[in-house]
Design a protein around this ligand. Structure first.
Ligand code: AVI
Length: 329
């Protein structure tokens, strides 16, 4: 196993407190209050997200695994031999394994992750399952331009793998920008393999973000607990609630934290006032029809070479390749 560019560190997705304070204060000063969704993923938030994936209503993970169960061999065939697999995010044990198992003589596996503990764990897990596969973990923020490690031998193609519908958490403009960045990183012969959740019956989508056990609600409110812990603010978690609803015009789940009463919260030197019922936006989860996805791919200078669905047609995995020069969004 080769461990190029791997430097274990104890810090996590945590920006310095001053930067975090600035981000939170800016979000709370806005007319329509808004906080970035990456704030969900402290240690507790990451655990809660894993629990969300096991809830009966959250179909996304199961559907994507079912898709790979059926189609991984065919996907691997389309990608061809001697692939360098660059995964945005640390390897999801089951999904990445399903794909790697079928790849013919992969050149290397490059998980890209800013949470060092997850990166280390993912590399160890993969190294156990694929002891002969060169691992080149990259400790980095995948939303920024990457300097990929030099591969141990020349790959026939670099595949950027972005499973799990995380692309849906980016607003359309940002998703296009991210796809364009992947396009730059994959080179001329490369491709992008990306998971995208599909538009479907609204009740089914809304149930996935409002599970009966309340795990998603806890995940959402944990953001306030994190802010309290890291910034010494005084959000009262009992005075807020989670709300996720589907916006059919925008084609996305919009998750808000709702203030249950008129209240003031102190964050650093700032006092944020909340009206009763006031909503603070914390996440988008965009849903795409195959046509929608082809349209954003085209705006990033890409075309859909192939798309696979799970047996219930809830989820898609899209294979994107270069389509000439990128056009402006
Ligand atoms: C990580 N991401 C794809 C999840 C989603 O479905 O948008 C995050 C999530 N938020 C609430 N439930 C799951």
């Amino acid at each position: 196993m080769s461990l190029q560019a791997f430097e274990p560190r104890d810090d996590d997705r945590r920006p310095p407190a001053s930067e975090l304070l600035e981000i939170v204060q800016r979000g709370l000063r806005a007319k329509l209050k808004q906080l970035p969704s990456w704030l969900f993923y402290d240690e507790r938030g990451s655990q809660l997200f894993e629990q969300i994936c096991e809830q009966p209503e959250y179909y996304l993970t199961r559907a994507e695994i079912a898709l790979l169960d059926v189609h991984a061999a065919e996907i691997a065939d389309v990608l061809g031999p001697d692939v360098r697999l660059v995964e945005y995010g640390s390897g999801n044990a089951i999904k990445t394994r399903l794909l790697l198992e079928h790849l013919s003589s992969p050149v290397s596996y490059v998980p890209v992750e800013i949470a060092s503990a997850s990166l280390k764990a993912s590399v160890e897990r993969m190294a156990e399952q694929f002891p002969r596969l060169p691992m080149q973990p990259l400790y980095a923020d995948f939303t920024r331009p990457l300097r990929l490690p030099i591969p141990p031998r020349a790959p026939r193609r670099t595949i950027v793998y972005f499973p799990g519908s995380t692309i849906g958490n980016f607003e359309q403009r940002d998703a296009i920008q991210l796809l364009r960045k992947m396009r730059d990183e994959m080179g001329m012969a490369g491709g992008i393999l990306v998971g995208a959740d599909l538009k479907k019956d609204v009740a089914l989508i809304e149930a996935a973000y409002n599970d009966r056990a309340g795990v998603t609600a806890e995940f959402t409110l944990n953001m306030l607990a994190r802010i309290n812990r890291e910034l010494g603010s005084n959000f009262n978690l009992d005075a807020f609630r989670h709300r996720s609803h589907y916006n059919p015009l925008a084609g996305r789940i919009e998750t808000h934290i709702i203030s249950l009463c008129e209240q003031k919260v102190r964050i650093g030197r700032m006092q944020a006032s909340f009206a009763e019922g006031e909503a603070m936006l914390v996440e988008y989860s965009c849903k795409y029809s195959p046509t929608d996805f082809a349209a954003i791919a085209a705006k990033a200078g890409l075309e859909v070479a192939q798309v696979w669905f799970d047996p219930e047609v809830l989820f898609s995995v899209q294979y994107l390749v270069r389509k000439g020069p990128a056009v402006q969004a």
